[in-house]
Design a protein around this ligand. Structure first.
Ligand SMILES: NC(=O)C1=CN([C@@H]2O[C@H](COP(=O)(O)OP(=O)(O)OC[C@H]3O[C@@H](n4cnc5c(N)ncnc54)[C@H](OP(=O)(O)O)[C@@H]3O)[C@@H](O)[C@H]2O)C=CC1
Ligand SMILES: O=C(O)[C@@H]1CCC=N1
Length: 258
């Protein structure tokens, strides 16, 4: 599959890097000359315009900001033909895309930035023009970037909050752990390493051994021990409630983006 990427920003460039080993031909188009230069330096082909990009690609990924998506889709209307349009634009529904593009093959996906290290989580929904074969090819190629979930389109905004924005919330937690470590006397480098390895190891444990995180908390928090003192602070400050509200507010914003 030849992949064309429109927009070589955070996500377009992350996907290009994540797909590199599986896709031999990746072509990029961006309005920014600087971004095109970066794409070339990073080993990707560049297109001088949208028409060239579409002609060189079987699947075209739309990776521009929501405010720029409408203009790009209008320009693609007469270029796309039977090619697949993969949109990762938050808040932009398949219905919105069809109203600008016409009834074309459309996959709406929501990834996260972890695709750059091939550990992304990507949800997707398709319109009825996308064949089983198109879908299979998409899954084979994009599974290079992480795990894929086909979900009902009405859950994509919730997925955007949990997984699309999720890395930012996880980074916030890790950043707080690092600061706490520095406050306790570790250097930044050591504290960063401790925080990342603790989060990574806890995730690997949950993945490998299963079980609800609360069950594992009981194994860490010894009766009358240290951990439960910290858990009490998190409970007193409604840590879970804060996270749940964070996801709710993020999901609500996705509805208002486009
Ligand atoms: N960042 C993330 O973690 C995630 C983002 N998304 C979605 O991905 C999309 C891209 O986000 P992100 O990568 O962060 O955004 P960026 O702003 O980093 O990248 C978008 C790029 O597209 C360029 N661009 C703007 N207009 C056009 C155009 N007409 N043709 C070609 N290129 C154009 C921009 O140039 P310029 O800057 O000059 O305008 C910029 O280089 C968004 O819709 C977002 O909702 C989805 C999941 C996660
Ligand atoms: O913040 C945003 O709007 C995008 C969507 C998901 C992650 N970043």
């Amino acid at each position: 599959m030849n992949v064309g990427i429109i927009g070589y920003g955070n996500m377009g460039s992350s996907f290009a890097k994540g797909l590199k080993e599986r896709v031999s031909n990746i072509v990029v188009f961006d309005v920014s000359e600087e971004k095109l230069k970066k794409a070339l330096e990073e080993g990707f082909g560049t297109a001088k315009d949208l028409s060239f990009l579409v002609k060189s690609s079987d699947l075209i990924m739309l990776a521009v900001k929501p405010k720029d998506a409408k203009a790009v889709l209008e320009s693609l209307r007469d270029l796309l033909g039977e090619r697949v349009l993969l949109s990762i634009v938050a808040g932009l529904s398949i219905g919105n895309i069809e109203s600008l593009l016409g009834k074309k093959k459309i996959i709406r996906a929501m990834p996260n930035i972890n695709v750059v290290v091939q550990k992304g989580v990507i949800a997707y929904a398709c319109n009825d023009k996308v064949s089983e074969q198109d879908k299979e090819e998409f899954v084979i190629v994009f599974s290079a970037c992480g795990s894929l979930y086909q979900i009902a389109e009405d859950l994509i905004d919730a997925f955007t909050a949990l997984a699309g924005s999720g890395p930012a919330f996880v980074f916030k937690f890790i950043s707080a752990l690092i600061t706490a470590g520095i406050r306790e006397g570790f250097s930044y480098e050591v504290s960063r390493g401790i925080a990342i390895d603790t989060v990574l190891g806890s995730c690997e444990l949950l993945k490998a051994l299963g079980g609800h995180p609360e069950e594992w908390i009981t194994r860490v928090a010894s009766p009358g021990g240290t951990t439960v003192e910290g858990i009490k602070v998190l409970e007193d400050r409604a840590f879970s409630g804060i996270v749940i509200e964070c996801i709710e507010k993020t999901r609500e914003k996705a509805k208002k983006l486009c």
